[in-house]
Design a protein around this ligand. Structure first.
Ligand code: SAH
Ligand code: MG
Length: 211
């Protein structure tokens, strides 16, 4: 279990990670760190750093770095007029979403600035340039079909054998949520034969790299 003080920081942070799924995410990252010691971790889609506290705490306790990837401009559904818009993350000077100051503040409050490296940019572009194998990959980025498909293509193969790939917002039933993470990330991962599902908590799916 994550340090209760860090869990409090996560729960006090804006974002979209339910507590039980955050706890499962922490356990998944700890398992990855045990399976594949000394390789680093990546989170795609950090927003204000809520999920990052759970994964960053695991990275620190495994003695590795978590790279937290986000352009910090918000996803489609975070924009004005959409379901998940929060006007407090809009930068008054530009009128655009900028979650980077909130993210930085969260990492500071959590004391995770050493364990977590902030990587600002487009996730697919970064994934294609990525040069190291990963113990743990967590994708919770854009939920449009094109972006989800691009994230899958750019990132999944960086997971080392016996490493863990966690995917958020996987809904098998369209009545429960958007289908892009399910159809463009989860299904291709499993059908590739490279990953086997080992647990599910809410919309969080945890896959083990088996081939
Ligand atoms: N994990 C967060 C929620 C992430 S919301 C939590 O626990 O609360 C999704 C995030 O993905 C947003 O911050 C958005 O800026 C980011 N995002 C969406 N598309 C992206 C892309 N193509 N490149 C980088 N970041 C992206
Ligand atoms: Mg999510």
């Amino acid at each position: 279990m994550i340090d209760p003080a860090l869990r409090e920081v996560a729960l006090a942070t804006k974002g979209f990670m339910p507590p039980d799924e955050g706890d499962a995410l922490y356990e998944a990252a700890m398992l990855a760190g045990g399976n594949v010691p000394s390789l680093n971790m990546v989170e795609v889609g950090s927003y204000c750093g809520r999920s990052t506290v759970w994964v960053g705490a695991a990275a620190r306790s495994c003695g590795v770095t978590l790279y937290a990837v986000d352009h910090h401009g918000g996803s489609e559904e975070n924009q004005p007029g959409w379901e998940w818009f929060d006007d407090t993350v809009v930068d008054a000077a530009t009128g655009r979403i900028n979650t980077l100051p909130f993210f930085t503040d969260t990492m500071t409050r959590a004391g995770l600035t050493d364990a977590v490296r902030t990587v600002v940019g487009d996730s697919a572009a970064l994934g294609h340039q990525w040069g190291e194998k990963l113990a743990f990959l967590f994708i919770d980025g854009g939920h449009g079909r094109e972006i989800a498909r691009a994230d899958f293509a750019a990132w999944h193969d960086h997971v080392a054998l016996n490493g863990i790939f966690a995917i958020h917002d996987v809904f098998t039933d369209p009545a429960q949520g958007g289908q892009a993470p399910y159809e463009e990330i989860y299904l291709p991962s499993v059908s590739s034969g490279k990953f086997r599902e080992i647990s599910a908590t809410g919309s969080l799916r945890v896959l083990l790299r088996v081939a």
